[in-house]
Design a protein around this ligand. Structure first.
Ligand code: GLV
Ligand code: MN
Ligand code: MN
Length: 420
């Protein structure tokens, strides 16, 4: 691939180029175990964006950013004033992340646009490739920060004021990134889109287990994130009797134990995770004065998500062991349903290309969730090895990477040339 006459999107998609770019981006923030640590708005995140812009520049695509740093790279259409079709994902990773989560949607989008250029394929509507800011939320909670702010689901001021564990704010980290890698163009939040389609690895085991190459994503389950801070009193571990203690970590353990009981679910559908725990002063012989933990709660059913999430604060308050507790919900997103038109278009394209496919619900959250209420939206999944993601072991097969990019290019071209 990549040489000879380009007569179709299939021949114009360059699978080697696409794969090599994944490997090249994976060097920015590479971990010793073969994964990637490129958390949002770090110098590494900035370098990955700059690398992407280097690849886009020879095509003449213009770049712009919105107030939360979401990056848009435009392939023009004949109708310059029209709302664009948008595709993309994110370049930030988990602390022990992989080479594909998010990166695939961005690189497959660029590949689709380049294939259209190589083919001389014009579209009526512009197509924007988006890199959403801070999808992972591991450095700055919450997850999907950039798309939530874009869609008005999270106030810009609150997002910009969010601080990481070392006290750096999103506002300062974003300013530093834009100073290191300046971008001239500016875009407003919430501008109209004609359609939104995001490609992503599945991050679960279903496609691989059923020998499918393409997932036409019908929905994303709902999600609620909470931050729980407990303040007690530091005291001597050897001298302070139990009933005099206000042990913040002991309270945290009681809270998490009670929450685990609340989340028991015979159907194994509830997803409940305490992924970050902090203890201060973190000294073996001092009773902890402060504890902090996060809750990530997900469910496909809005009523169940509401019922469980609404009990979290009360359960924490019932287990304070004499400490003070503050419970803050940092993001709530309801289950999202994608456009049936986009789901059937993905299915039809996969069918026409002879790619085994199925409809699938996403367990992971995605920026596409916040586009679903704004314009016809959808997602294309490809398998990943053993369904492993948010892990240095994350992997995908080159032929699947290419196939998903091909499906993406076809649907983007169709949407950008459709009459309405
Ligand atoms: C995305 O990274 C998620 O947490 O589902
Ligand atoms: Mn992702
Ligand atoms: Mn992720």
């Amino acid at each position: 691939m990549g040489s000879g006459e380009k007569t179709s999107l299939a021949s114009a998609i360059d699978g080697d180029r696409l794969w090599q770019r994944h490997m090249e981006l994976a060097r920015i923030g590479a971990t010793a175990r073969g994964g990637v640590n490129r958390q949002a708005l770090t110098p590494e995140d900035g370098r990955a964006r700059a690398k992407l812009l280097d690849w886009a520049a020879p095509r003449g695509f213009a770049a712009s950013v919105d107030p939360i740093g979401n990056l848009f790279i435009r392939r023009p259409g004949r109708d310059a004033a029209a709302a664009p079709v948008v595709t993309g994902s994110h370049l930030d990773t988990q602390p022990t992340g992989g080479k594909f989560d998010g990166i695939y949607g961005v690189l497959a989008g660029l590949e689709a646009l380049e294939a259209m250029c190589d083919l001389g394929l014009e579209t009526r509507l512009p197509i924007d490739l988006v890199v959403w800011t801070n999808e992972e939320g591991s450095r700055f909670p919450p997850t999907t920060m950039g798309s939530a702010v874009f869609a008005g689901a999270l106030p810009l001021d609150r997002a910009l004021a969010t601080r990481d564990a070392t006290g750096v704010s999103v506002a300062d980290a974003l300013a530093a990134m834009l100073a290191a890698h300046p971008i001239d163009g500016r875009r407003p939040l919430g501008f109209p889109m004609a359609a939104y389609v995001e490609a992503h690895i599945e991050q679960g085991p279903i496609l691989e287990a059923t020998d499918k190459v393409i997932g036409a994503v019908t929905a994303i389950q709902g999600l609620r994130w909470f931050s729980i801070e407990i303040l007690g009193q530091a005291a001597h571990a050897g001298t302070t009797p139990r009933r005099q203690r206000r042990d913040a970590f002991s309270a945290a353990v009681a809270m998490v134990t009670a929450l685990e009981r609340l989340m028991v679910d015979e159907t194994d559908t509830v997803r409940f995770t305490v992924g970050r725990v902090e203890v201060a002063p973190n000294s073996p012989n001092t009773v902890p004065s402060r504890a902090f933990f996060t809750v990530d709660l997900r469910h496909p059913d809005a009523a169940t998500l509401a019922r469980l999430g609404d009990q979290i604060e009360a359960v924490c308050r019932a287990n304070t062991r004499g400490c003070a507790v503050t419970v803050v919900e940092t993001i709530r997103s309801e289950p999202a349903t994608f456009s049936p038109k986009i789901v059937s278009a993905v299915t039809a394209i996969a069918h026409r290309l002879g790619l085994p496919h199925m409809e699938i619900v996403s367990g992971a959250t995605h920026d596409a969730k916040f586009m679903a209420g704004r314009c016809p939206s959808g997602m294309i999944f490809i398998p990943c090895r053993e369904g492993v993601s948010h892990s240095e072991d994350e992997d995908a097969r080159p032929e699947h990477v290419t196939a998903g990019a091909h499906v993406l290019a076809e649907i983007l071209a169709d949407l950008a040339n459709s009459a309405d």
